[in-house]
Design a protein around this ligand. Structure first.
Ligand code: BMA
Length: 362
């Protein structure tokens, strides 16, 4: 395990976020910065909803977005901020987890100005049934939003509402900040309405293409880095089965969680990660794409040495741009994936945070 006193390199590495190089699309700048960071063997650390709330608190105003559980523990914010757009399709004021969209934008802009990276997932409601993303009662939902489907026009309005919001992520100079956009994730499972058993491979690819074409060609959002993120439980050949194509994807991701009894699940999880990440490294080279561990974690982090003995050894050898752990819900006491002061993996996280190849925000 490599150790260092404190090499905190985020600000230097992520100049693309702080603005600067003109005449290059924000997305291309972030892609090239992340490629350079990977070349140096760095892995950025990310946390979902980091500034929005923590295990025991919730941000109460736009001016108080400088706290994260990660900083409370190790003295630095995470380098990657994950946020979710669920609810923007209705122009709601708050997202599905209660975060005001205005706070999310503010946190993203600040984080970016400090040299951090922002990634956005989207859990939109079910456009056909009116249920949530997890409503898989119909396998006609994707078909219904495609061109010619009964919900197509309504769904294009959802994309439009989403694009309107994305178009407000502008810095003081009015420039769009780069955003890693990760729609239609975990599609290799069947728990979201866009999942494997709910649409055909072609329908999935059309959904992606429709989203991509709308955001890029129609709305000219040149700040989106497109991340494709299958779930982990799949055969080698399945990873690319629904791949939309090299022209519409910039990053190959993976959502992979640890489940099951400890300590046995430490090994099964690490083995699964190694297996998937090595496949992705190969595919990344072949297709010229970034790779990342776009979602991971062990709910409740019940193993005190999880960071340095389970996660780090499983990821250190792979060229991933970042690893992001899921949210620390403030209203669900056992639903957290990063430590907080007093949590049993706190000391170990501090060691993890100063490893030479792990990057936190300066
Ligand atoms: C899930 C859980 C839910 C949450 C959703 C979207 O994994 O954390 O509580 O609503 O993600 O953030």
């Amino acid at each position: 395990m490599k150790r260092t006193l404190t090499i905190i390199a985020a600000a230097a590495i992520l100049a693309s976020c702080a603005g600067g190089v003109q005449n290059t699309a924000p997305a291309d700048r972030l892609i090239s910065d992340l490629k350079a960071s990977v070349e140096e063997g760095k892995i950025l650390f990310g946390h979902q909803d980091a500034y929005m709330y923590g295990h025991t608190w919730r941000a109460s105003s736009k001016d108080s977005l400088d706290r994260t559980d990660v900083k409370d523990v190790c003295g630095h914010h995470p380098a990657v901020l994950g946020l979710d757009l669920g609810g923007i399709e209705f122009l709601n004021l708050k997202n599905l987890d209660g975060n005001p969209f205005s706070f999310m934008r503010e946190a993203a802009l600040r984080h970016c100005a400090e040299g951090g990276v922002v990634t956005l997932s989207w859990h939109p409601r079910n456009p056909l049934t009116g249920g949530d993303s997890w409503d898989v009662s119909s396998d006609q939902v994707v078909a219904s939003v495609l061109d010619g489907g009964e919900k197509h026009d309504e769904f294009m309005q959802w994309l439009s509402n989403c694009a309107d919001y994305l178009d407000t992520f502008r810095n003081d100079d009015g420039e769009l900040i780069p955003l890693i956009f990760r729609p239609w994730h975990e599609h290799t499972g069947s728990w979201f309405w866009w999942g494997q058993k709910l649409c055909t491979p072609d329908q999935y690819r059309w959904l992606w293409k429709m989203t991509y074409d709308y955001m890029t060609a129609e709305r000219e959002l040149d700040n989106l880095v497109w991340a494709f993120s299958p779930g982990a439980d799949l055969g080698d050949e399945e990873y690319m089965t629904r791949y939309p194509g090299d022209d519409m994807v910039d990053m190959l991701g993976l959502d992979c969680y640890q489940y099951g009894e400890l300590p046995a699940s430490n090994e099964t999880y690490a083995a699964q990660l190694r297996d998937r990440l090595s496949l992705m490294a190969e595919l990344g080279r072949e297709h010229g794409k970034l790779t990342a561990l776009t979602e991971t974690g062990c709910e409740g982090v019940p193993y005190a040495k999880w960071w340095t003995e389970v996660l780090y050894p499983a990821i250190e050898a792979y060229p991933i741009a970042y690893v992001l752990v899921w949210r620390n819900a403030c209203d669900m006491p056992g639903h957290f994936y990063a430590p907080w002061p007093g949590q049993e993996s706190e000391a170990d996280f501090k060691e993890f945070a100063v490893l030479e190849d792990i990057v936190m925000l300066d």
